[in-house]
Design a protein around this ligand. Structure first.
Ligand SMILES: [Cu+2]
Length: 118
């Protein structure tokens, strides 16, 4: 056996090994994805209901009539929220029913997650 064929065998072996490794990590990635999807489903159940009354994109604010916010110990009411990112306001329109999550950020009640309700 000459040096070239030894090299060729070594390359073939390492290629076979890396294919096996790639399949293994792809499988691991799938598991991780499934776990993440499960986490998102759990988070979705915590979203509060709301209805969009007014949007002020320049100020990064939205007025919602909202249901109970358990994490903020707030009863249903209409109020103005800040949004974490003004781009979130592009996802909804006045009159839309929405699902959202709000939290206190630097003392201001801020919407951290917002989506049109299905
Ligand atoms: Cu409120």
């Amino acid at each position: 056996m000459n040096a070239f064929s030894k090299l060729a065998i070594a390359i073939a072996l390492s290629a076979a090994t890396s294919i096996a490794t790639a399949q293994q990590s792809a499988h691991g990635g799938h598991d991780a994805h499934a776990a993440q999807a499960g986490h998102q489903a759990a988070a979705t159940t915590e979203l509060a209901d709301g209805e969009v009354k007014k949007i002020d994109k320049e100020a990064g604010k939205i007025t919602l009539r909202h249901g109970e916010l358990k994490n903020l110990k707030m009863p249903p009411m209409s109020m103005v929220f800040r949004v974490k990112d003004a781009a979130m306001l592009d996802q909804v329109k006045v009159g839309n029913k929405v699902k959202f999550a709000a939290d206190r950020v630097n003392g201001a009640v801020t919407i951290v997650q917002l989506q049109a309700a299905p």
